[in-house]
Each structure stands twice: as structure tokens, then as C-alpha cells.
Design a binder for this molecule. Sequence first.
Ligand code: VGL
Ligand code: ZN
Length: 198
Amino acid sequence: MTVRLKPGDALVIVDVQNDFLPGGALPVPQGDEVVPVLNEYIHRFRQAGLPIVATRDWHPPDHCSFRDRGGPWPAHCVQGTPGAEFAPGLELPDDALVVSKATEPDQEAYSGFQGTDLDARLRAMGVRRLFVGGLATDYCVKQTVLDALRLGYQVYLLTDAIRAVDVHPGDGEAAIDEMRRAGALPLTLSDLAEEAPA
Ligand code: VGL
Ligand code: ZN
């Protein structure tokens, strides 16, 4: 499959934050491997003059998803802490649109659309096709992709730029199957058409 980037396309980078990388509070196995691949996508979208969105998990210190409040996760991505910062190697452009989610103490939000203005911002820019990668396949990538499809976006899942938590072995593969059944189209860098020479 060859896909040519065009107006109406946007890159959506989900939660590539220190706490989700090896050594972080909630490490995604091989999570760091998405960074160089996403940098190449960033480069391609920039070259094409297309918008780049970065979502971030941005929890208050007493977030309901944390174990000390009975949630499933160790404390992670607490607002303003180093663990919540984007991976230092991620080459986000200065004009990237940053979307913070799960900012309310009593509300979990895996999807970048949940409780944010992401849909309105994308619509205002005329975006119709989303190219989604990041962390983690089986949580925030999955819910962001499923919401995007429900909202009517065409979604390409960047299968070379996602990694899973895999709390249960196979969770990541099951998530990919679920996204595909819902209409997401798998895509890797090699499927992107080279920019036409100027
Ligand atoms: C995520 C677990 C908890 C994610 C966020 O970004 O996939 N996973 N919070
Ligand atoms: Zn979280």
C-alpha cells in the first residue's frame, strides 16, 4: 500500500513520555523504540506542512488510576514532574499541538479525545485523516484510535511506531485486531510515498 500525505492529514503522537519508557514509573517494554520512528514521521509531516499533535497523560498527584487510590497503575505522568515530560529524543516541533488528558483526579481518560478539545481543534484545521502512533498500543493508542473512528476520522495506525504494555501477553496484538476491525488501516513508514521532488 502506498499512501501520499495531503492536506487534511495530521500526525497524532500518543503519550511518548518518560514514565512510559524503560526506567520510567510505568514502563512500556521497548517503548523507547518508537522514538526514532516517530521522528521520521515528524520529519515527513513537517516537510509536507501538515499538523502534528502530541497527547500527554497529565495526571494530578492524587489521580484515581493510581494504586494508592485503588486504581490499576503505579503513580505516573504526574503534572509537572520529569516523568510526565515528553521523551527527550522526540523531535517535536515548537508548533506541535499539545493535548493534556486525564487531568481530573476522579476521571480516567485513555483517549486523547476524552475530556479535551482535540476533536474541535482538528476540525478547525480541516483534518480528516489521522496517522496515530505512540504508547501504549493496548491503552491510550487503542482508545484514541477507536474514538477517532467513532468521530468519523479515517485512521492509519502506525504499526512500526507503537508498543504495548501487555499486562496479559497478547494484549497488544488483540488491541491491534480490535482497531483494525473498527476500521483502522495499518501503515508503516515504507507505505508513505516519498515527497515528490521540488
Ligand atoms: C496509559 C496506562 C495508564 C497510556 C496511560 O498512555 O497508554 N496507560 N495511563
Ligand atoms: Zn495514566
